[in-house]
Ligand binder design. Structure first.
Ligand code: ZN
Length: 150
């Protein structure tokens, strides 16, 4: 085996070994019950992820019109503006203004027993921390957490 081929083989082996870990780090799961809280206030994702898959599960029983939850990602400084505008956008728009450029990623609003997933790119998300929150009216002030990209 030539030195070059050996080198390539080692790289290939390392890639195979690293793959399961990379996959795990690029998939996030978060849940919320019939109260105003996510089960995690910190999520971490690896910057090397091409896309991040996030799954939100509503473990409660109440309908989305009374205890709806979503997952919205933005800069901390944009949370209040997004939420206020989202209130006007209403449930039909998942309490997110269509085309709101401050929103970096978001899921639809779901009710008890439902689950939803999104995939988003980390391209352009150059900061190390972003805020995630539920934009349902009244929830966003307390129902939030930090997404760390490292
Ligand atoms: Zn909520």
């Amino acid at each position: 085996m030539s030195r070059s081929l050996l080198h390539k083989s080692i790289i290939a082996l390392l890639f195979v070994l690293a793959a399961p870990f990379a996959k795990a780090a690029c998939e996030l799961e978060i849940t919320a019950p019939d109260t105003l809280a996510f089960d995690q206030t910190v999520l971490e994702v690896d910057r090397s992820c091409e896309t991040v898959k996030l799954t939100l599960t509503h473990t409660g029983q109440l309908g989305k019109n009374v205890m709806g939850h979503n997952w919205v990602l933005s800069n901390e400084s944009d949370v209040t503006g997004i939420a206020n505008d989202g209130f006007n956008a209403g449930l039909d728009n998942d309490y997110v203004t269509p085309g709101d450029a401050r929103v970096l990623a978001y899921t639809k609003i779901i009710g008890g027993g439902e689950k939803t997933s999104i995939e988003f790119s980390l391209a352009g998300l150059d900061a190390s921390e972003y805020t995630y929150f539920c934009s349902f009216p009244g929830h966003w002030t307390v129902m939030k957490g930090v997404l760390k990209i490292s």
